[in-house]
Design a protein around this ligand. Structure first.
Ligand code: ADP
Ligand code: ASP
Ligand code: MG
Length: 814
């Protein structure tokens, strides 16, 4: 015989029930069947809600009853031929009337006992099983059997304990006599010795099926549900989760105990005793393999089978010197919890015995505290033990795998993965069986924790990067295009999965937790919500995604000032905006320290030389113990362009205008021409060399006449350039006379820095610098005579975008 169980979603409505009937019909050709069904999806919740409302004198329970009635009648209408409906409808009506009478009673008395709650809850399975039984009889030789006549329990209403001996006997006898090919039974419900209806606990239909499988020595137990098996993590939270093909009873038990709702934890024990395999199958995809649970040898070499979690957990800590070496403290603690029917899910004790920490459900926390403090009243009064501390809204995350015991370093990997993502671990427990490592974390971090752990242990080391991009002008647009183009390559070759979660400019912002489709991002941003820096920050915080990176592609002061908040949230910052790194040294230093403290990368390669690997090279020099003595550099693509093109026939004014048109200058060209931009760049290089310096310490030998410097807008500035033509022409003449070229050079030498024009002779490597190229020479302790030289295009949207991209990839490769 085979035992099949169909869960709530599988029997949610007539359409789904038809799928169930097909599966049952097909299976019945192979073997005799016991088919256990749950209540229609959501009905148990509705029933319990109605009973609570009735007891609180809220008349809304009546609407809930009508809702339940209609749900079932609708299914009957679609499933059962009209001629066969009347008996069934009569049956359903009498059940609904009984339910109404019971709840009216609760309403009148303003009271709901556990016993009554169980009777009320039983209607879910009673109604569904009766309807499905009739539908099934239309197709095959099937009978209905009320499980309450077979499964006997004690009278712990709500979650009764099964009297295994009597139950096995009753079931075995019934099936011995049974002649039908299929027996259909309601799950979840049972009865006590006196014949009162009891229930097996929420999700208990799985257990009903396991009890029947055990008592009948079934060949297999099949749990039919709405997913393709037991997954490596809850598929609703971890999108990348995969079904586990084979798993041991013990592993499945650990996963389900730690929250994998797909299987009700007590289900495994009865079938484990009689070594009956369990299949988890999907009603909506019956051909999918599913999960096979048995004690057979397990394939695969991943020591971790799955990750599960339980939310709404509270930690209770009892501590004090009075516990050290005093026998019986733990016994008293657990006894009092047991006396109050409080289930302990998690335990750790420090080896000093100074404190003991237990995890229980949030809902039990107040009762537990009261009871524990009462039990240790005397010790608390004598200050030997502290009143117990309760922390709520936590969550347990467990890694499960039989093979973990044969592998070292798994807990290390688990903790470092969580640590890197700034997930604070509140408590840790590892069972002696080493089948399970559990940690307690804050509930707000659970999604991030599950996804990072899953990525670390199951996803072939693919790392997902979540980008929040601010600034989508010239460079931003190029950056997004590059990501779009390279996405597939990065995933396949570098195992980096880049997703753009947010795009914003000064007017609009757009968020998509699953990643913005970059095909038509511009239109989507235009239709996005109104931009606000504060809302942007809140949203990043709220989403709390792993490996989050804020990408600043603006030149905005206010945006540069929010990096601190991101770094503190463990969100990395990649920026081409020079303002933060060239602000006060204290601020620069603070950002670097926050980056280290919160494990959030802070990268700004494009601050100097656009995409050229200048800062990265410098970092490597310094990290490997080299010391920078001198830097000489041409760092302004715009000034280079201007002085390369400035000639007797091409006036200074016209060249500057042209540089603006070609996008080589800042919107305000004075920032380039005054030398401020270059001073910022050399300052950043000096700081990255390990020297503390401020902007004011850099000597700026400005070549602009005062009149030009004093202008306050672009128009006046250009006018002043025209007016001072002779000044610029004089520079040109001087260069010619010295047979040299004019370059704007930034210099650092033994603690002193300056920027300004220089006449560069032919022999200098700077002489032949073309177009918008940049060049940097590092003279260090290792590069003494021949400097380390980096040269190439140092301005332009595409190269800047690729520099930003390279920083993002650097984070992906860590
Ligand atoms: P049924 O109504 O069929 O009994 P349940 O809702 O009780 O179904 O259990 C199935 C659900 O369990 C899935 O839809 C899924 O959301 C959830 N679930 C949680 N963890 C896991 C996991 N590790 N593998 C599969 N499903 C899981
Ligand atoms: N209907 C019950 C519940 O919702 C039992 C089950 O579905 O397994 O808890
Ligand atoms: Mg279930």
């Amino acid at each position: 015989m085979l035992v099949l169980k169909f869960g709530g979603t599988s029997v949610a409505n007539a359409q789904n029930i038809k799928l169930v009937l097909d599966i049952v019909q097909k299976k019945s050709k192979e073997d005799t069947l016991a088919v256990v069904v749950s209540a229609f999806s959501g009905v148990t919740d509705l029933l319990l809600d109605a009973s609570k409302k009735a007891a609180q004198k809220d008349k809304a329970y009546r609407d809930i009853i009508s809702q339940i009635d209609q749900k079932h009648k609708a299914a009957i209408e679609e499933l059962i031929p009209l001629s066969e409906q009347s008996d069934l409808i009569e049956n359903i009506n009498s059940n609904i009337n009984l339910l109404k009478t019971l709840l009216d009673g609760c309403f009148l008395l303003g009271e709901l006992s556990n016993r009554t709650a169980d009777i009320v809850a039983s209607f879910g399975e009673l109604l569904s099983s009766q309807i499905i039984a009739v539908a099934l009889k239309q197709k095959i030789n099937a009978v209905f059997k009320d499980s309450r006549e077979l499964i006997k329990t004690n009278s712990d209403f709500g979650k009764a304990n099964v009297d295994t001996e009597t139950t096995n006997h009753l079931i075995a006898n019934y099936f011995k006599e049974n002649k039908a090919q299929v027996v259909l039974l309601p799950g979840f419900i049972a009865s006590d010795e006196a014949g009162n209806t009891t229930t097996l606990g929420r999700g208990g239909s799985d257990y009903t099926a396991a009890i029947i499988a055990n008592a009948t020595h079934a060949t297999a137990l099949e749990i039919w549900t709405d997913v393709n098996g037991m997954f490596t993590a809850n598929p609703k939270i971890v999108k990348q989760a995969q079904p586990i093909e084979t798993i041991s009873y013990q592993e499945a038990m650990e996963l389900s105990h730690f929250g994998a709702k797909v299987l009700y934890p007590p289900t495994i024990q009865p079938v484990l005793d009689s070594n009956i395999p369990i299949w988890i199958k999907n009603t909506f995809e019956p051909d999918a393999f599913g999960t096979y649970i048995s004690n057979e040898n397990q394939a695969g070499n991943n020591p971790i089978k799955g990750i599960s979690h339980i939310d709404k957990i509270a930690l209770i800590t009892l501590e004090g010197s009075g516990m050290i070496g005093v026998a019986g403290s733990s016994k008293r603690l657990f006894e009092v919890l047991s006396n109050h029917s409080i289930n302990v899910i998690f335990i750790t004790q420090a080896s000093s015995e100074h404190s003991i920490c237990i995890g229980i459900l949030n809902q039990d926390a107040e009762n537990a505290k009261k009871a524990i403090d009462k039990t240790f009243e005397l010790e608390i009064a004598q200050s030997k033990i502290e009143p117990c501390i309760v922390e709520k809204d936590l969550c347990i995350v467990a890694l499960v795998g039989e093979n973990m015991k044969n592998h070292q370093g798994i807990s290390g990997k688990m903790f470092s993965t969580l640590g890197k993502n700034n997930v604070n671990i509140r408590a840790i427990a590892q069972g002696a069986s080493e089948r399970n490592i559990s940690v307690v974390i804050n509930e707000k971090d659970v999604k991030k924790a599950l996804n990072t752990l899953h990525e670390r242990f199951f996803e072939d080391n693919t790392k997902q990067l979540n980008l929040f991009v601010m600034g989508i002008g010239n460079v931003g647009e190029k950056f997004i295009d590059q990501i779009h183009q390279q996405k597939k390559f990065l995933k396949e070759n570098l195992k980096i999965n880049v997703r753009v979660i947010a795009l914003a400019n000064s007017r609009k912002m757009l968020f998509d937790e699953d990643g913005i489709n970059l095909n038509d991002w511009k239109a989507k941003v235009d239709n996005g919500e109104k931009a606000s820096v504060n809302d942007f920050i809140s949203k990043v915080k709220e989403l709390n995604l792993r490996n989050s990176i804020f990408v600043d592609i603006t030149a905005n002061y206010d945006v540069a000032m929010i990096y601190e908040q991101f770094l503190r949230m463990n969100v990395g910052v990649v920026t081409c905006n020079k303002i933060a790194c060239s602000s006060h040294y204290e601020n620069y230093k603070k950002l670097k320290e926050l980056s280290r403290k919160y494990n959030a990368p802070f990268l700004f390669e494009t601050n100097v030389g656009a995409g050229l690997p200048i800062i990265d090279t410098l970092k490597n020099l310094v990290a490997s113990g080299d010391k920078v003595n001198k830097i000489q550099a041409v760092l302004s693509g715009s000034l280079n362009f201007i002085f390369n093109n400035f000639s007797e026939t091409y006036s200074f004014h016209d060249v500057v205008k042209q540089a603006g048109v070609e996008g080589y200058t800042e919107p305000d060209p004075k920032i380039d021409l005054s030398g401020v931009d270059v001073a910022r760049k050399i300052l950043i290089l000096i700081r990255e060399s390990g020297v503390s310096m401020e902007m004011e310490d850099i000597e700026n030998n400005c070549f602009l006449p005062e009149e030009c410097m004093n202008t306050t807008n672009n128009d006046d500035f250009f006018k002043s350039l025209l007016k001072n033509e002779s000044h610029f022409n004089q520079l040109l003449a001087e260069a010619k006379e010295k047979d040299s070229r004019i370059k704007f050079v930034a210099q650092y030498d033994n603690g002193k820095a300056s920027v300004g024009l220089q006449f560069i002779p032919k022999e200098s490597p700077f002489y032949n610098l073309e177009g918008k190229d940049n060049i940097v020479q590092f003279f260090t302790e290792r590069y003494v005579d021949q400097p380390l030289l980096i040269k190439g295009a140092g301005a332009g949207a595409a190269v800047t975008a690729s520099g930003i991209f390279a920083d993002v990839i650097r984070i992906g490769n860590v």
